[in-house]
Design a protein around this ligand. Sequence first.
Ligand SMILES: O=c1[nH]cnc2c1ncn2[C@@H]1O[C@H](CO)[C@@H](O)[C@H]1O
Length: 340
Amino acid sequence: MTELTSFIAGLPKAELHVHHVGSASPRIVAELAARHEGASPVPADPVALADYFAFRDFAHFIEVYLSVVDLIRDDEDVRVLTFEVARELARQQVRYAELTITPYSSVKRGIPAKAFCEAIEDARRGAAAEFGVDLRWCFDIPGEAGLAAAEETLRIALDERPDGLISFGLGGPEVGVPRPQFKPFFDQARAAGLRSVPHAGETTGPQTVWDALRELGAERIGHGISAAQDPELLAYLAEHRIPLEISPTSNVRTRAVGSIEEHPLVTLVGAGVPVSINSDDPPMFGTTLEAEYAVAARLLDLDERGVAELAKAGVEQSFLDPAGKSALLAEIDAYSGRSA
Ligand SMILES: O=c1[nH]cnc2c1ncn2[C@@H]1O[C@H](CO)[C@@H](O)[C@H]1O
């Protein structure tokens, strides 16, 4: 381990963009597969699983993602998955995480919404007590499932309203899934006090990011990397302080970006756009949050101080309450002061 990687490992962090099912480690995938009978294309063996997680393109990634979603059959699976994801976050010194959860996919597969929400809330309480990690939920619409999914996701969010729910999102493919059609659902979610955090500009151009801002009232953008192609958009994001949730390895693994060297992070930061560093679907992309910080440090040529600033930016851009933010920012300062 280099000095910087060990600094990153100990650094208290916030994680703002990480998907629930996409965080299932090989051990959890094997455990889920073993819990139920039935054929699944998802291999339980870690080496075969790594091969299974080699994606030809974004559409293939979504197909594989949904095959892992299929492994989650009942509320106990949801409880185990969520609690184990929290364990891994805590191991990486994540103190606060906004986990993107897709209740629609599980409800459609037969888990009642109420039982689903109780399971994630049980895990949230357990994770706080056992690991000291504070979890919040972003309920996202799986874009490929269209307006029916939007309606159902909104209904679950508003009817169940689990304590940890803070935001409303939109994931999945962007090609053929225009953002503006989801405006009425985001309007209602925002009117009910949920924050707006759609994915946009991951696999399509800057117009999708404009749509997310103008039509969906986006307060942060998932990925948003194609903003780098539009100077006017970069200026807008910088001026209005709209952060982008960046996950460099994800973008390479889904082939949204050709290589890490071609990742637009440097352009985005150079334009003054606020960014946070996140892991997205870490085991599927063969990464961790720590590894993403190391990649960002390399791309942006950061030292310990710069990495600590990046961690603080994540906290500031989060939807944590002011007291929680101050405490976590102070913890980062204390850590980086000690390590300097
Ligand atoms: O990087 C990503 N971009 C978009 N959606 C993603 C990503 N990672 C996981 N999902 C998930 O894909 C599912 C199907 O729409 C959703 O559950 C979404 O949360």
